[in-house]
Design a protein around this ligand. Structure first.
Ligand code: ACO
Length: 378
């Protein structure tokens, strides 16, 4: 690929690597200090000390909520948990051959079509839509997993927090406190990560003055890919392929010899380790101990150690999140939709930020095709 003057219109940075395209106040990724800040707060501290609901408020409004603000947000969120009939019917009508991410994407699109305020881009309307979407997505994900298991819909409960209700509607059982805590930590860690591929997608769509649902529908599509959110599923598929810790090194050698990307490892921004991994790994360790699944913990370590030795590449958040979701009881194909239910907060925070200081996102390309030529007369 050719490259001309640095910073000039002819300079090409494949994959926009290292390109700063705009400012943001939502989060800061600092690869040097290996940190991720949501509105200034270290994400690992938020995971330890706050609920996912408080983090949602923080990402949307810039500050952690006061008790009154949290109470008001809670009432609104709980009142929008139930699936609209048309969305329930859509989920139940789609073939189970469809990937759950396709189901979520379709549901978000339908929610947009059903919402008479979809094209109202005022800050109040955008915030209301973001809150409703966040509230309803667990119901979509839960129903989709249940129907694939031949189970009926479980109605949401308004006496449970976001994470607990998500587990309740998925499994129809009172969730154990350690399961709620582990799931909530994952939701906090997944909620936001600056200009990642799906968030940037949402911002590009917003920049055309399109609506919030269109931006989120497109973002779901971007997140589905295994180089992005789809990696958490692929980690569990690799674990199933490997089987046990003693086979991890040989499996890795074969995979690397076949030039396969090892899912759950590497990151475009972090080159010295993903700042979210230690917190999620500690959470996974708790789940491993609780479920008596030392074998899974050993497999995790064996593959990570072999990857560090062979390639010097460290895990990203999807590596511990995949087995954690497995231990929580989710089907592997449901892992990326869980990521959606969390990241929708970050996406919509960015939609609102983009809206507030918009410029159409329209980069240039360098043409390398056929030179100008005459169209033959026929
Ligand atoms: N497995 C094997 N090799 C890898 C991996 C990996 N997971 N990640 C990077 N490399 C190698 C590449 O092959 C390349 O080697 P080369 O220079 O010899 O060709 C080198 O490291 C640089 O890798 P790039 O792909 O150019 O790095 P980039 O910044 O573009 O990629 C990415 C980042 C896409 C995340 C990559 O590491 C990858 O594909 N990882 C696996 C998918 C994954 O886990 N995605 C989740 C991302 S985090 C998230 O969404 C929560």
């Amino acid at each position: 690929m050719s490259s001309t003057a640095a910073g000039g219109p002819g300079e090409i940075r494949k994959g926009l690597a290292g390109v700063v395209v705009d400012v943001t106040s939502v989060s800061k990724v600092d690869p040097e200090s290996n940190s991720l800040l949501y509105r200034g707060y270290p994400v690992q501290d938020l995971a330890e000390r706050t609920s996912f609901e408080e983090v949602a408020h923080l990402l949307w409004h810039g500050e952690l909520p006061t008790p009154a603000q949290l109470a008001a947000q809670t009432v609104t969120e709980r009142s929008h948990r139930a699936l609209p009939d048309a969305v329930r019917d859509l989920v139940l009508s789609l073939p189970t051959t469809a990937h759950p991410m396709d189901v979520v994407r379709s549901a978000v699109s339908l929610l947009g079509a059903l919402d008479p305020t979809a094209d109202d881009t005022s800050p109040e309307a955008e915030q209301a839509k973001a809150g409703r979407l966040w509230a309803v997505l667990p119901g979509v994900v839960a129903l989709d997993q249940r129907r694939r298991r031949g189970l009926d819909l479980v109605e949401p409960r308004d006496d449970l927090g976001y994470a607990a209700n998500f587990l309740w509607t998925t499994f129809g059982e009172e969730p154990a406190p350690e399961a709620v805590r582990a799931f909530e930590v994952s939701m906090v860690l997944y909620a936001e990560h600056s200009f990642n591929a799906s968030t940037f997608t949402a911002r590009v769509v917003t920049s055309t003055l399109s609506d919030l649902y269109s931006a989120v529908t497109a973002a779901v599509g971007a997140l589905k890919g295994p180089l992005h959110g789809g990696a958490n599923e692929a980690v569990m598929e690799a674990f199933a392929e490997i089987g046990s810790a003693d086979r991890a090194a040989a499996w890795l050698d074969d995979a690397l010899a076949a030039r396969r990307k090892i899912m759950g490892f590497g990151h475009r921004v972090y080159k010295h380790g993903d700042s979210r991994v230690p917190t999620m790994k500690a959470t996974l360790d708790d789940l491993v101990a609780h479920h008596g699944r030392a074998d899974l913990g050993e497999l995790y370590d064996a593959l990570a150690d072999a990857m560090a030795v062979r390639k010097g590449i460290l895990p990203n958040l999807d590596y511990p999140a995949g087995p954690a979701y497995h231990l929580l009881g989710f089907d592997t194909q449901t892992f990326t939709p869980l990521f959606v239910a969390s990241r929708v907060v970050g996406w919509t925070a960015h939609v609102m930020e983009q809206r507030a200081a918009n410029a159409l996102i329209r980069p240039l390309s360098e043409y390398v095709g056929a030179p100008r030529r005459e169209v033959p007369r026929r």
